[in-house]
Design a protein around this ligand. Sequence first.
Ligand code: NAD
Length: 510
Amino acid sequence: MTEVADQFTEERAGEVTRVAHWIDGALVEGTSGRSGPVYNPATGEQSGEVDFATTEEVDAAVQAAKRAFASWRSMSLSRRTELFFRIRELVHDHSDDLARLLTLEHGKVFSDAQGEVARGLEVIEFCCGIPELLKGSYSEQASTGIDVYSIRQPLGVVAGITPFNFPAMVPMWMWAPAIACGNTFVLKPSEKDPSASMLTAELLKEAGLPDGVFNVVHGDKVAVDAVLEHPEIVAVSFVGSTPIARYVYETGTKNGKRVQALGGAKNHMIVLPDADIEMAADAAVSAGYGSAGERCMAVSMLVAVGHAADDLVGAIQQRLPQVKVGDGMKPDSEMGPLVTREHRDKVASYIEKGAAEGAKVVTDGRESAPDNGGFFLGVTLLDEVTPEMDVYKDEIFGPVLGITRVDTYEEAVRLVNENPYGNGVAIFTRDGGVARQFQFEVNAGMVGVNVPIPVPVAYYSFGGWKNSLFGDLHIYGPEGIQFYTQGKVVTSRWPDPATSKVDLGFPQTR
Ligand code: NAD
């Protein structure tokens, strides 16, 4: 067992673990005197205290990354590939250790946490093909005796800032392609569930990654601002809420950095009258309440078209009493608690707000939440939600599913296209022609046809439109490789001495 996983054994339950930074291949305790609590959301007890970095501590991580860059980028592709295969094996072998940390600090149920690690692992596997991904192109005889070719090179020291809801997978979306491309990396994970990043750091070291290539600094706005203002960080990937994504994009680009900042979402699932209602209800319950709704790709609004509405509400209502809410480490729990008490209370307040705004509370999650000190909320279904209501407009990020009723397909698409977010969207129908028209005209980055959570596989790229993404490139997959590299084109001549002569004219290609 690794040191980090060891801190969470049964014998040590009840102890408050200090979570330090990881700089230049070693644990470094913070000196700021500032720190934040980490909870086990299933019990409400504090399990950790995480150090918050100062600007100087962020700088120490950047300097370590900078020192490591020259030799890391020079490592041959075959050795880098070999190392990535070792990383893949170690992360795979420690999947359950990682998943356990996720459940204990985030709250999601263990099977869901295993799923998170598995999807992150797919990104690492994609990166094992880095020689193929970095291939350039070559044009022989572009002009007489002249060849032109393109290469992609790493940027230097890059940073990632990640949210609480996928503490292992979202960092993997960033560090795996960044490092595979030859960059060195500084991660600032969510301060709410930081331990998965520490276990990742240990595993990367064990795999043989040179010290300084991967660093972790914890903290809040102070650490984020230090990243955004650091002159030697050349690119920043961010995933989190829309206001902070906008701030990170604006501040990072103002400071000359390349930035991709993925924000929040309000994902709609349209159910047409011809859909298989039982299948749509299963999908809505799974995608609405999985991970307690704390997924940026969670379905939060169902748009029921025409006579689909009554049947759909009935079918969902029937399923809700069976959703087992409880401690994520218990094998029969299907939905765990929310991440913090404050977040649980904020989500619960939307039920009240929805009712006051005129929505019909079909199922009230406050009535079915386990009452043991954990941050639990049961599943809530709100019917007759309309676009002016806050429960429609806001990203609630909890187990609250709303239904809005419209008469036509056109109205449903208009709702999605007028929404300020554009992350994921789904349509449930048996009509292939309508589904095709939908993918053609809908304004969102990830579209599901009878698939409620269309998270792209690792060899495509993930990203939304509108207020769900600030920047030009989506994350992981081919666009991730593009983000973490810069192109160079070489025009080369190895002249035949027999044809060499002085020529002051502008070089011609024909
Ligand atoms: P958040 O925006 O509060 O935090 C994200 C990161 O920003 C954390 O590391 C946090 O420490 C930092 N941060 C928080 N406040 C800051 C501030 N004032 N200044 C600078 N940095 C700050 O997000 P969260 O609550 O951790 O995560 C949930 C949000 O993330 C939801 O909105 C969800 O939709 C979004 N999300 C989006 C995606 C996506 O791919 N689009 C994926 C996962 C989560």
